[in-house]
Design a protein around this ligand. Structure first.
Ligand code: ATP
Length: 233
């Protein structure tokens, strides 16, 4: 379980996260929703130690992630896939995947076969430069690369951005099955609230850095006033 408690973070005078608290249970997808500037990306960056909070904690088991050096995050089982699908275009698909396995430490050899079984398109493209991949394939590559570190918690920032609905559905279905088969804990930041809630177990809605509401995905999707005010559908 990932427990976020009173998390507060600022960029100079701008308070981007203000006393955010929620729990992301193990083996569930927790969607983090809200408009542009709500603080979603800042939340992920603070949980993964890229930004130091001014107050509050993010705990994974007995570890307070906010005081763990960033380079130890993978060892603790945390993987962060930032927005923007950063692949190394000079390397092949397989070389990019192998980089993900560097975070495994001593937890066994990289399971490239499993990555290829999850994302058959990456197996087809394994020897090609990552430069040739489509947006959807790049998104699959960054997720597959993160999974190679064998995380217990996956932080995903806007995986659906700019992708065709069919590709989004394919990626989200896969996330759902990973959560069910591996007990992976996912924190899914999305502007596309409708799609995110269709696969999430629960959701947290942020506005101007604060939690507006936390509830089950079904309750959030069924709340017309909330959807119109904050979720854009
Ligand atoms: P988006 O979907 O646009 O990324 P978001 O919900 O992820 O939105 P954040 O990117 O976390 O929101 O931004 C929260 C607030 O912090 C906004 O007011 C934003 O302008 C501000 N902010 C974000 N990054 C910085 C930065 N590097 N320097 C200063 N202010 C920032």
């Amino acid at each position: 379980m990932l427990t976020v408690d009173d998390l507060t973070a600022s960029y100079g005078p701008v308070t981007a996260l203000d006393g955010v608290s929620f729990e992301a249970p193990r083996g569930e997808i927790t969607a983090v929703l809200g408009a542009n500037g709500a603080g979603k990306t800042t939340l992920l960056r603070t949980v993964s130690g890229l930004i130091r909070p001014t107050r509050g904690t993010a705990r994974l088991g007995e570890h307070d992630l906010t005081s763990v050096p960033t380079e130890r995050m993978a060892e603790l089982g945390l993987a962060h896939v930032p927005e923007g699908r950063g692949v190394i275009t000079e390397l092949t698909v397989e070389e990019n995947l192998r980089l993900g396995a560097l975070g495994r430490g001593r937890r066994g050899p990289a399971d490239l076969d499993r990555a290829y079984a999850l994302f058959p398109i990456l197996a087809e493209r394994r020897g090609r430069s990552a430069h040739v991949l489509s947006g959807g394939e790049r998104q699959m590559l960054v997720i597959a690369r993160a999974l190679l570190a064998a995380p217990s918690v996956l932080l995903l920032d806007e995986p659906s951005l700019g992708l065709a609905p069919r590709i989004v559905a394919q990626i989200f279905d896969l996330l759902r099955s990973l959560v069910e088969s591996d007990g992976l804990t996912v924190l899914l930041v999305e502007q596309n609230a409708r799609s995110a809630l269709s696969i999430a177990d629960r959701g947290v809605v942020l506005n101007l850095g604060r939690v507006v509401v936390r509830d089950t995905a079904a309750a959030l999707a069924g709340d017309d006033a909330l959807r119109h005010a904050y979720l854009g559908f």
